[in-house]
Design a binder for this molecule. Structure first.
Ligand code: ADP
Ligand code: MG
Length: 490
């Protein structure tokens, strides 16, 4: 896997080519009403410190109690990542001081995580697929938030997030370009959203990435990595990798060496800055949390969760290709969101799958993007779009009129079939009527007729004129055939 980088992925330095190596630690907030070890709400927003129990505030004597829903979600995610599920795992204390960490430690999992090795298949381009290894997934608590902008001389602490469950998903260093890294996060996000285990909302911080970057000469052993903390958009992940790889190449080409450290990406300046030198695991004094028993469940529990998983994007994509004859690319676009895939299937069921995909991807998605709307808020329903596809399929309207009809349905709504009747949009297939229109255009343009005999590409101009005079309703095949005959073009 990725043993040899394609030449296009290498970065040109002043002294030759370099290869970038990337591994990611993704923090995904578990979809759950309550926190990992307390009953406090995980709702986003609200007043500071509204959602804080005594456990989250680390009052003396409080005991954590595991929330089964978070365990269930972690197992389901592991299954979605084709990963090993560990029937016994251990919660450890990871000790560090932070004003917004009242316990003085984070409850996390270290040596024995709930989920072990897995893998994710990622589409990088229309015809490139990579497999990215997953090293582990563990459950841990989120910290609170320090607020430095509320008062001129004081900082405040908001513990609403304190104790919220996170899944940390650690990849192997299998990624070889910023494109691959972005595609990986996108795919991971899609899987989590299908599973309903994390909403994937990067703007709200539900999904954050720590991006580990190193560079090496192709074929050499891995170089020293730097970790860029808490990158919160897919675009920034790409940018952070590009600038960090460049920075490291610059240092190495000047004869320097890379210090392993934790850095921050500044999107405004387009640079990464050193935050601290990299801490080692022993700095945290990990030890099993004496307040919690090892987490155990049996295989039957896992099997029941596996049986209840929804169809995941890879399976859905394969099915769309096989059932509807779609290209892998189109199928990939459609399955990127479960709601788009469902919408497409409603349109495609019992119809020409390729035509349905074409209308959903090119017309509908195009129009939605222009308006900044998600598929959930599409003014054109799947049934309406299906009716338009039917009207083209049975020859009632031409593709050109269908676009006008789509526009009418988009702005005014209504039953497409009735709209076609009411507004006289039916395609004219009556050859007599079309022939009359053709004859008129030919008679009115003798000079163009002469040109067309020399230059057959002129045919397009005639087709345009006839379509214009019939209000776009003439059957295009019939117009073409008749014109060719009249103009004597082969
Ligand atoms: P730590 O827990 O100290 O952050 P890990 O060994 O768990 O260290 O690795 C963290 C992440 O760094 C993983 O995603 C891994 O793939 C990635 N990684 C490890 N070595 C390298 C390297 N040489 N270059 C880039 N990424 C790396
Ligand atoms: Mg780490």
């Amino acid at each position: 896997m990725n043993a040899h980088a394609k030449p296009s992925k290498l970065i040109k330095g002043a002294t030759g080519d370099w290869e970038v190596v990337i591994g990611m630690e993704i923090h995904a907030q578990v979809t759950s009403e309550a926190k990992l070890f307390s009953g406090a709400s995980t709702a986003f927003g609200g007043e500071a410190n509204d959602h804080v129990s005594f456990v989250d505030a680390a009052m003396p004597g409080m005991l954590p109690v595991i929330n089964e829903e978070c365990v269930r979600q972690a197992i389901r995610t592991g299954l979605g990542l084709n990963a090993q599920i560990n029937l016994t795992s251990v919660f450890d204390r990871k000790n560090y001081f932070y004003p917004d960490l009242p316990q003085g430690y984070q409850i996390s999992q270290y040596k024995s995580p709930i989920v072990g090795e897995g893998e994710v298949v990622v589409d990088v381009g229309p015809d490139e697929q990579i497999t990215v290894g997953i090293e582990r997934l563990h459950l841990e608590q989120d910290a609170g938030k320090s607020l430095h902008d509320q008062h001129p001389t004081m900082s405040f602490v908001d513990l609403n997030r304190s104790g919220v469950a996170l899944m940390e998903i650690v990849s192997r260093p299998d990624l070889r370009s910023s494109e691959e890294a972005k595609a990986y996060v996108t795919k991971l996000r899609t899987i989590l959203r299908y599973l309903g285990t994390c909403d994937g909302d990067m703007e709200k911080g539900s999904l954050r990435a720590d991006v580990n970057v190193s560079v090496r000469r192709p074929g050499e052993p891995f170089g020293t990595r730097c970790e860029i903390k808490n990158v919160n958009s897919i675009r920034f992940i790409g940018q952070a990798i590009e600038v960090e790889a460049r920075r490291q190449i610059g240092i190495l080409e000047d004869g320097g060496r890379i210090d392993q450290e934790t850095r921050l990406f500044d999107p405004g300046k387009g640079e990464t800055r050193s935050m601290r030198s990299k801490e080692e695991a022993h700095d945290y004094r990990y030890f099993p949390d004496p307040d919690l028993l090892p987490l155990t469940f049996d295989q039957a529990y896992v099997d029941a969760l596996a049986a209840g998983l929804p169809e995941l994007p890879d399976a859905k994509k394969a099915r769309f290709i096989a059932t509807y004859g779609l290209s892998p690319y189109d199928a990939g676009v459609l399955v990127a969101e479960r709601s788009s895939a469902d919408f497409f299937e409603t349109v495609a069921r019992g119809r020409d799958g390729k035509a349905a995909a074409n209308w959903v991807i090119n017309e509908l998605f195009g129009r939605l993007n222009k308006q900044g709307l998600g598929i959930e808020r599409s003014p054109v329903s799947a049934d309406q779009l299906g009716a338009i596809v039917d009207l083209i399929g049975d020859g009632t309207i031409s593709g050109k009129i269908a676009k006008d009809l789509f526009e009418i349905v988009w702005t005014e709504g209504g039953d497409p079939r009735r709209l076609v009747e009411e507004r006289g949009l039916k395609q004219v297939t009556d050859t007599g009527a079309i022939e009359k229109a053709v004859d008129e255009i030919v008679a009115a343009n003798p000079d163009k007729v002469a040109q067309a005999r020399e230059k057959p590409t002129m045919l397009g101009w005639f087709v345009g004129q006839v379509m214009k005079s019939t209000g776009g309703k003439a059957n295009p095949q019939a117009v073409n055939a008749l014109l060719k005959a009249k103009l004597g073009i082969e």
